[in-house]
Design a binder for this molecule. Sequence first.
Ligand code: IPE
Ligand code: IPE
Ligand code: MG
Length: 234
Amino acid sequence: MTEAIPQHIAIIMDGNGRWAKARGLSRTQGHRQGAKILENVLRHAQKRGVRVITLFAFSSENWGRPKEEVDALMDLFRNYLKNDVEKLKEEKVRVSFIGNRNRFPTDLKQRMDELEAQTKEFDRFHVILALGYGARDDLTGAVRRIAEAVAIGTLKPEQVDTACVAAHLSTAGIPDPDLLIRTSGEQRVSNFLLWELAYSEFYWADVMWPDFNEAELDKAIEAYQGRQRRFGKL
Ligand code: IPE
Ligand code: IPE
Ligand code: MG
């Protein structure tokens, strides 16, 4: 048992589509509601003493969804980065992004770069948005960069250890998540942070993401505090 507050929480924000369907709304309306509730959740996490939150907003596999849904999500991200993230910036929250940006519209890529540069010195709370993110892609990129370094002789094979791999991931320098939350009742990781979740506690919330709120976050933190973390040791 621990009284500690998880310092890094990773969230798979799942269930927007089902939330909308149950209400006779479009999937886009579900995503819109999902984006809207984030503000309260982030504010509450800060208040509870959480330092880092990583949010799975769009996976590498989500590019395979129908074009209309992908387009609607891009519009939503554009809007979110313009308004909501601007507000976070004013509150001196650090915002950064993990995932492959290549396929994102140019203006979104520019906005991501700009926000990262503008907020990189802020240290009271860090929001990491996983956009176009897939852990297998991320690990593959790390392996490739390590192989290149070995090939040109700046790295020796025997220097490739777990710290070296971690340093080549997009999450380099960020402590691993203490707690993973997935909403919607699904109990899988769907290619999220495969390396970083090695010793995270998992919490499956039964609500769809648009119904997640402060009380649900408190429940997840309480469940975390009832866990015995061991990291393989006694
Ligand atoms: C999560 O909700 C948001 C994204 C993956 C972009 P879903 O869109 O996966 O909603 P469900 O799982 O179909 O209900
Ligand atoms: C995971 O949800 C990705 C995000 C929440 C962004 P999905 O809805 O894409 O995952 P699967 O397909 O149910 O595993
Ligand atoms: Mg889903």
